[in-house]
Design a protein around this ligand. Structure first.
Ligand code: SPV
Ligand code: MG
Length: 434
């Protein structure tokens, strides 16, 4: 009996997959490689059905003899192990990154005279409609929350980018670059108090109220599917926090980060140049417990942000607080610094990781900006937030255009610095974003 191999790289089964399996069974004994969750997330869309369940579903299809995990979009490892006579695929893999995948598979099969069999790609309009509605499912609050937890559990470095409105969020949702054969994308959206305040022309002192900030969340929820991490400032008064965290949960936020400051909050990057106060350990632990108790979703994450390094209270204080906050029930720790180098962040993480291997650590490298994500990962950090770059990029561009019009007393010169009207109109399709 000949051996046949095929790979299923999505969590949504379509009639086309069944066709390929049927054809494969006619050729011999069928092994299906199920693409791992990490790869589905990178190359397709975030999988709503995880690998173990996908393996169960596909193994129940008539004609499938074996299912195995495929750990890369490249078939190499599984082909070398199974040495199949045929690899079967729809004829839609002749362009984009898939062409490379096909070429690699063909080269390996050659070693033992194996062949690629292609069958016409199955396409229906129903499937297009279906995919569109799957986008809505991916955007559901609970799906986003599970996704964040799952991404952290998978041990990935979660890359979060700030967005301050629908358009910037759409960019965070869609921007991708291809590097070293991999698609790189952001994994989540940061809703920053600094950005939310600055776009409204207000200082970052908890002046913009939660209702206004939730409006930003709604705008962003509507056009994206990625987890949303909300900058909750101090969380406000304990009594208010119980209500506020529920509002954020209802609005669809996946995680909130609250900082252990009290009184008039000032932006952390101002440090001790301005007057700001850290909460007592007991006071902040009480806030954490009240917040956790108020939540209904087990997947919503409450993350405690430690300001000891910002306020020059030392590493010892930061570590003691971390222990206490974890004990009080937080789902993660954010450690912040305004130093140019990441040394104090690394010292904290190395010590913390000796005692606690699991609690996720979040950092915001606005000032220690030369650090690479890989270095952060090596120090046990799970999430990196690029907290304000979209807004900081937009402001100088707008300022320059405004000055150019004033200088030239017309808009021709400014127009050269702008996207064309045609482009901006086609940026957002009439059917909506995401
Ligand atoms: C924000 O983005 O509002 C933050 C991060 O809180 S920082 O500005 O570094 O304090
Ligand atoms: Mg903030």
């Amino acid at each position: 009996m000949k051996k046949v191999y095929l790979c299923i790289s999505t969590d949504i089964l379509q009639p086309g997959h069944v066709n390929v399996i049927k054809k494969a069974a006619e050729l011999g004994e069928v092994t299906v490689g199920i693409l791992c969750d990490e790869c589905v997330a990178i190359y397709e869309k975030y999988p709503i059905i995880p690998l173990v369940e996908r393996m169960k579903i596909i193994s129940a299809i008539k004609g499938v003899e074996h299912v195995v995990e495929q750990k890369s979009i490249y078939y190499d490892d599984n082909l070398l192990e199974l040495r199949p006579d045929y690899v079967i695929h729809g004829d839609n893999w002749n362009k984009g990154y898939q062409a490379e995948v096909k070429a690699c598979a063909a080269r390996i099969l050659e070693q033992w005279g194996g062949k690629i069999v292609e069958i016409p790609y199955y396409h229906t309009e129903n499937m297009e409609l279906f995919h569109k509605s799957m986008k809505d499912v991916r955007g559901l609050p609970e799906v986003r929350r599970q996704r964040l937890r799952h991404d952290i559990q998978m041990g990935n470095m979660i890359k979060v980018m700030a967005a301050h409105d629908g358009l910037s969020a759409l960019l965070v949702e869609k921007t991708s670059v291809r590097k070293n054969g991999q698609n790189r994308r952001f994994d989540g959206i940061w809703i920053s108090s600094l950005c939310d305040s600055t776009v409204m022309g207000k200082p970052d002192i908890e002046l913009v109220d939660l209702t206004s900030r939730i409006r930003v969340v709604e705008e962003i929820m509507e056009v994206t599917t990625k987890p949303i991490i909300f900058d909750g400032d101090t969380g406000g008064q304990i009594e208010h926090f119980a209500y506020n965290i529920r509002s954020l949960e209802r609005a669809g936020v996946s995680a909130v980060i609250i900082e252990d400051k009290t009184g008039l909050k000032r932006n952390s990057l101002l440090g001790n140049d301005v007057e700001q106060h850290q909460d007592s350990v007991e006071g902040f632990c009480r806030k954490i417990r009240v917040g956790k108790k108020a939540l209904s979703s087990g997947n919503f994450m409450l993350i405690a942000r430690i300001e000891s390094l910002i306020l020059e209270q030392g590493l010892h204080d930061a570590l003691e607080r971390a222990r206490a906050y974890v004990e009080a029930g937080v789902d993660g720790i954010m450690i912040h610094s305004r130093k140019k180098e990441p040394d104090e962040i690394f010292a904290f993480c190395d010590q913390f990781r000796m005692e606690d291997a699991n609690t996720p650590i979040v950092v915001v490298p606005t000032t220690f900006d030369s650090v690479y994500e890989e270095e952060l990962r090596q120090h046990g950090i799970n999430m990196v937030i690029y907290a304000n770059h979209m807004l900081r990029a937009a402001f100088p561009a707008m300022q320059s255009v405004a000055e150019t019009i004033l200088e030239n007393e017309r808009c021709l010169e400014a127009g050269e610095k702008c996207m064309s009207i045609k482009e901006i109109l086609s940026l957002i399709p009439v059917e909506g974003g995401r």
